[in-house]
Design a protein. Structure first.
Lengths: 164, 164
DNA sequence: AATATTCGACAGGTAACCTTACTTTATCAG
DNA sequence: CTGATAAAGTAAGGTTACCTGTCGAATATT
């Protein structure tokens, strides 16, 4: 007969971060859709976030966005089919292809980047530059603190036992 | 021939929030696994976050966590199969069942809640109570600002055109 | 009593990833 | 130069965490 689990009496930081993150992400997607680019899908984020204007290899973009080469390849092929991207052979390496925005894709990317700037301004108006900077610093550091290798940062001493 | 898209010259807030959120989430899961509860899956979060000690109906938990009744039902059945939860008939409504932690499940939940508290303390030590409070406030408000109905908060005037 | 609603479950679908395995091309060690 | 190794892209198939649609049983509403 175990005691009832004792919950924290505050809203967990993880809950706050995830809810804000989800709100921001769906706002980005909604914005693209409202702008008429209804074909933009969540998986395209990994492309928009890592494809520089001059183009890039899919494998490099995969590394930068932290997904597999295969997943990136799928997203890229999808977006090629939608007319957002094009792939041209890399003259310096015949295995490789350079992924680039089409003119249409550039317009979509621009709408997204503009919205990022608009949200940034909205937040600065709401909270002031200082509090916003604090939040940015905390979020960036949280990531560093918790990304401390496979063992994680917060130590542990528990004997779990089993269900039986 | 469109101009190259102009990227923001700062790290987008959405990127910061999502990376921090992902780090926090995977830290929670890793912690449970390191504690020996290797069967805990990401989808169980919706349960741990909404199941009070005295038990609850799955439908209520679904509403609280913002997923469908069906998805919550699936997570609950999964966790019943793992010995984490049990379902007992609701004496006040013969359609319904009350979902409760087993003793084993209570131990898992406690480990998770303790870790939330430990992370909170880690963050307070790192940043101080004030900056942490600022961050919490900003994150909570971001969610409110962006959850402003189906039209979203940031206005828009674009003529998208098409790929051709 | 008739109708509408709610509860949990079942069936089936989808999106965004993943792993494994392959072909083609490039590079490097001897 | 040759053979091993590795890297780029792709194909095939699996997993996870959701979704919609629908159902029977039980409960509420009128």
């Amino acid at each position: 007969m175990s005691r009832d689990p004792v919950r924290p009496d505050f809203e967990p930081f993880i809950a706050l971060a995830e809810k804000a993150g989800r709100a921001l992400r769906s706002d980005m997607l909604d914005h693209a859709h409202r702008a008429g680019f209804t074909e933009v899908a969540p998986s395209h984020n990994a492309v928009f976030g890592t494809l520089p204007p001059e183009g890039s290899r899919a494998a490099d973009m995969a590394i930068r966005s932290g997904i597999t080469r295969q997943s990136m390849g799928e997203a890229v092929r999808d977006m090629v089919g939608l007319g957002i991207l094009e792939m041209v052979p890399d003259p310096t390496d015949r295995r490789a292809k350079i992924v680039r925005y089409t003119d249409y894709g550039k317009r979509i990317a621009q709408v997204g980047f503009d919205h990022i700037v608009a949200v940034e301004e909205l937040l600065r108006e709401e909270f002031g530059a200082e509090d916003l900077a604090t939040t940015r610093r905390v979020l960036a550091r949280v990531r560093e603190l918790l990304a401390a290798g496979p063992e994680g940062p917060v130590p542990l001493a528990v004997s779990p036992g089993g269900p039986d």
